[in-house]
Design a binder for this molecule. Sequence first.
Ligand code: CDP
Length: 203
Amino acid sequence: MSLTVAIDGPAAAGKGTIARAVAEHFGFAHLDTGLLYRAVGARTLEGLPAREAAETLDPADLTRDDLRTPDVAQAASKVAVIPEVRAALLDFQRAFARRAGGAVLDGRDIGTVICPDAEVKLFVTASAEVRADRRFLELTEKGMKVARQEVLADVVARDQRDMERADAPLKPADDAVVLDTTSLSINAAVEAAIARVDTALRA
Ligand code: CDP
């Protein structure tokens, strides 16, 4: 059995939480594709050209402990506009999506470009204010010293760069189900996502 769940949406919308919960519920594998771009971004901050950083990405790069910082997030969204960077990461994501036993991928272009044939497509969104609040809590809980205003500015700047780029811009696939979590709890969003996958499994 191979079933792909594509979860896209803007920064800090809750994609990761929903993706992890769906994967755990159904025993599917999960790939946070943002980590790939973050790892490439982190390597460029060390002076490596973006294309080379993507083409020589190593599994160990994905376990660096600085990948969640706002600086790396910004670097990620800057390398993400470069077509050669996106191309270098494509095959790995597609192969992951079709692995036996089911897969959940979260990112920006999973339902539109990476897996246009995914059986389930969700687009998770929320207001920028709500997303910035959630990300601020997440980062401060990890012990990072960040200002709420800076977190909001990071989220807004990345959304704009992600939506305006020519290659694989952030947008819902035509057949995606939109989950707006501005006033929907993450638990309710997880339940809605699980219900969608259940329906696809029965089809
Ligand atoms: O966790 P958060 O939603 O803040 O970001 P992320 O998913 O870790 O992604 C970091 C950055 O990588 C995004 O702002 C995008 O620019 C880029 N990205 C992308 O272009 N395509 C993807 N499939 C995933 C991430």
